[in-house]
Ligand binder design. Structure first.
Ligand SMILES: [Zn+2]
Length: 294
């Protein structure tokens, strides 16, 4: 049995991406449709992938939904990890550590730096005992996301030197940098205007072995994504773009199509968009790169 963190599914998926120089999508799911659609897309393209949920689902759907999502991900024909995104409240982190998540994002960036290091170090230790790995946000990724509280504060970018120190002191496995990325729709000019790729390059230079995570990736701009993948992004969180066609179909067909057809047809649109993301990030056909769990 390999030792922690080598025996962790998210770790295996993101290390393979690091070696291969590609990124893996993390699909934000709000219900069983999303979980099933994301798994189907990954299986169709023989791709590694991640399914992630918000703490919202811990409360709204409860622990049994997490167990269902984990069982579905882990039974897939390709490596799929279950991740908890933006876990802000310590109480939610402690709840999540007792559930079958492969990884958890600890979002403690609103605390002062010393308290942040202390809290995150403690969580990493607890996670290690449970075989879970940890992603942390450095700086503050602005904006609101459905399921995440809106943040109204000035942009706080990740300082590369500080990030390196933080990663070393806490033992966090994956870093979500703030380099001008924003949750939700961007103001005029879009990501092209706001993303500081030189800052991202410096962050990677000082954290060469750490897989980076891209938040605030809407709208989808394939060429810009590719640049960030070249600069070390290994996990790309995807949310709004998955819902657009799926919800439009439901809006137009609820009450007209039977429940079975409604689910089949709407999930097919989720699958189509998820497949597009997999191809864009370059992880199609890469399932075999991920070392099997012994
Ligand atoms: Zn995010």
């Amino acid at each position: 049995m390999p030792a922690y963190p080598e025996n962790n599914r998210t770790w295996q998926i993101l290390q393979a991406a690091e070696r291969g120089g590609y990124a893996v999508p993390a699909f934000n799911c709000y219900n069983a449709d999303g979980v099933l659609g994301s798994i189907k897309a990954a299986e169709n393209l023989n791709a590694p992938a991640m399914v992630e949920i918000f703490p919202f689902s811990l409360h709204f759907h409860g622990p049994e939904f997490v167990k269902f999502a984990a069982a579905a991900c882990h039974a897939a024909k390709v490596p799929i990890a279950l991740h908890l995104d933006h876990c802000t409240l310590p109480a939610d982190v402690y709840t999540a550590l007792e559930l079958p998540f492969d990884s958890i994002m600890v979002d403690a960036s609103t605390e002062d730096p010393e308290a942040n290091i202390e809290f995150v170090s403690k969580i990493v230790k607890m996670a290690e005992e449970r075989g879970i790995t940890i992603e942390a946000e450095m700086g503050r990724i602005q904006g609101g996301e459905d399921g995440v509280p809106t943040v109204d504060m000035e942009a706080l970018y990740t300082e590369p030197e500080f990030a390196a120190d933080f990663m070393q002191k806490t033992g966090v496995h994956y870093l979500a940098p703030s380099f001008g990325n924003i949750h939700g729709p961007y103001p005029p000019g879009g990501p092209e205007k706001y993303w500081q790729l030189d800052r991202l390059a410096k962050i990677k230079e000082l954290n060469p072995t750490i897989p980076l995570v891209l938040h605030g990736a809407y709208p989808i701009i394939p060429d810009l994504y590719k640049k960030t993948v070249e600069l070390g992004m290994r996990k790309v969180n995807l949310n709004r773009n998955l819902h657009d066609d799926y919800l439009d179909y439901l809006k137009e067909n609820i009450g007209k199509v039977e429940m079975t057809g409604l689910q089949e047809n709407s999930i097919a649109l989720w699958v189509k968009e998820a497949e597009r993301c997999i191809k864009m990030l370059g992880c199609d056909g890469k399932a075999g790169d991920v070392k099997p769990i012994v």
